[in-house]
Design a protein around this ligand. Structure first.
Ligand code: ADP
Length: 153
């Protein structure tokens, strides 16, 4: 099964949406294998957002991500990377469809509630960036037959 990295951004903590957002991932059937609160710094964000380094909003995005702690999640499931991105919706919260996390809770391109890994390579690198190996728990949920057909997991 795939693992993917989600960050609940500082604004999500400010707006007291942590439980709501984690609840959406749980209710979908994603398996929680890591969870922690972290204060990010410029070094980790420069690596994490390296693909935005040439953008005019690069520093502003990093500052926003350092404003207060984030919550990091590692979620697991069949096709988890794509499933989580679909639940989050597109980047701009004003354009994100109702029913998605960004569509329901964000009015902003930047302040868009969550980060989610966008592919297998980035998911692997991002889980390793935010979690030490011993912080990822290999525990078995006992509801798999109720969540998937037996050829899906
Ligand atoms: P995503 O988070 O949807 O994968 P990107 O990797 O392109 O999107 O961008 C990372 C983050 O940078 C976004 O989640 C958002 O907070 C911010 N961002 C991206 N594009 C813009 C923009 N045009 N204006 C303001 N902030 C942006």
């Amino acid at each position: 099964m795939e693992k993917t990295l989600v960050l609940l951004k500082p604004g999500t903590l400010q707006r007291a949406l942590v439980g709501e957002v984690i609840g959406r991932f749980e209710r979908k059937g994603l398996h929680l294998c890591g969870l922690k609160m972290m204060q990010l710094d410029d070094a980790i964000l420069s690596e994490h957002y390296a693909h935005l380094a040439e953008k005019p909003f690069f520093q502003r995005v990093k500052d926003s991500m350092m404003a207060n702690p984030v919550i990091a999640l590692c979620l697991e499931g069949t096709d988890a990377i794509e499933v989580v991105r679909t639940l989050c919706g597109p980047t701009n919260g004003r354009k994100a469809p109702a029913g998605t996390i960004r569509g329901d809770f964000s009015m902003s391109f930047q302040e868009n509630i969550v980060h989610a890994s966008d592919g297998p390579e980035t998911a692997k690198a991002e889980v390793a960036r935010f979690f030490r190996p011993e912080e990822i728990f290999d525990w078995k949920a006992n509801n798999l037959p109720a969540t998937y057909a037996n050829d899906e997991f």
